[in-house]
Design a binder for this molecule. Structure first.
Ligand SMILES: Nc1ncnc2c1ncn2[C@@H]1O[C@H](COP(=O)(O)OP(=O)(O)OP(=O)(O)O)[C@@H](O)[C@H]1O
Ligand SMILES: [Mg+2]
Length: 298
């Protein structure tokens, strides 16, 4: 991959920035399209780090594109193009957007996160410890942290404007999106997870859990939107190293989390700068995730 410079924040003269998330800058292109720009920002412990991760934005973009294509038969999606040469001129004038931008159909996003869990970790594990269930799903007793679930479960959450998303049960989910849509989003999410996780396993990666977002296009079709099955939206584990009964090393951010744990930092902003070798090791992991999953070098 070419040595492009890192991008922490973008500004496109002449295009309105409609949203700046922890990772993406979102611009409006006319009435019907958005430009999603994946920067090289990284967050850990819900806090954006001051040090960018080289190539991270490119990996998130290329991996989402790969999955949209791979999942074409399971779901419609919002992607118009991730090919820089096919972007509107105003975008092509900004070389720093190359390789990190997706031109997408603007939708009305459902204000929910469609989470699928195949393994017991994170807030699912905490819930299981406290209640013996995960978001109301009954599970066998004596599961260990990281164990594979008997079958993947759908555990939606609200999309909180600020801070932590909150898990909701299926009736609450249905009251937000409507009963019919709730059924569709659930079965789409499970189908997508099923197909993707089966494929990933053939490449040696366990997709422990993941989060999808969906939106309605102007014709009323449900589209898969946002990023898909990236290390930022999913827990990827190495199948070889999988050993339930403890927390599994996450594929991407483990170096950063481990490093931050050695500091006195109280996990409130501002976050400390990352040493070069930590940033480089993190880049290597993102590139590696892409290479393993797609079989190609970025
Ligand atoms: N096709 C689409 N139509 C409308 N909105 C979209 C579409 N695709 C993605 N989005 C929205 O664009 C935003 C992407 O930004 P990003 O992922 O950086 O932020 P976030 O996940 O909402 O918040 P944060 O990263 O700060 O936790 C999300 O709010 C997502 O819902
Ligand atoms: Mg997001």
């Amino acid at each position: 991959m070419s040595a492009s410079k890192t991008v922490s924040e973008t500004k496109i003269i002449g295009l309105p920035l409609v949203y700046r998330g922890k990772v993406r800058d979102v611009y409006e292109i006319g009435e019907e399209q958005l430009l999603l720009v994946a920067t090289d920002r990284i967050s850990a412990f819900d806090c954006v780090m001051p040090t960018p991760i080289p190539h991270k934005g490119a990996v998130l973009t290329a991996l989402s594109k790969f999955w949209f294509e791979h999942l074409r038969e399971v779901t419609k999606n919002h992607l118009i193009t991730a090919d820089f040469e096919n972007m509107p001129e105003i975008v092509r004038h900004n070389e720093e957007l190359r390789g990190r931008s997706m031109l997408v159909k603007k939708t009305r996003p459902f204000p929910v996160e469609c989470v699928v869990r195949g393994y017991l970790e994170g807030s699912g594990w905490k819930d299981y410890l406290a209640t013996g269930k995960v978001c109301g799903h009954s599970l066998p007793a004596n599961l260990r942290q990281g164990d594979r679930l008997p079958a993947p479960i759908f555990t939606p959450a609200t999309k909180a404007q600020s801070g932590h998303d909150e898990n909701i049960n299926e009736p609450e989910f249905a009251s937000i999106v409507g009963a019919e849509t709730a059924e569709k989003l659930k079965s789409l999410s499970l189908d997508i997870y099923q197909k993707a996780s089966k494929y990933a396993l053939t490449r040696g990666i366990i997709i422990a859990d993941t989060k999808f977002e969906f939106g309605l296009d102007k014709d009323g079709s449900i589209l898969l939107i946002d990023e898909v099955l990236t290390p930022d939206s999913s827990r990827f584990w190495s199948a070889d190293a999988f050993a339930p009964g403890k927390s599994q090393a996450s594929f991407d951010k483990q170096f950063i989390r481990d490093y931050l744990e050695t500091l006195e930092w109280n996990k409130q902003p501002p976050a400390p700068a990352l040493p070069n070798e930590i940033a480089e090791a993190t880049t290597a992991r993102y590139l590696e995730a892409y290479r393993i999953l797609t079989g190609k070098k970025l």
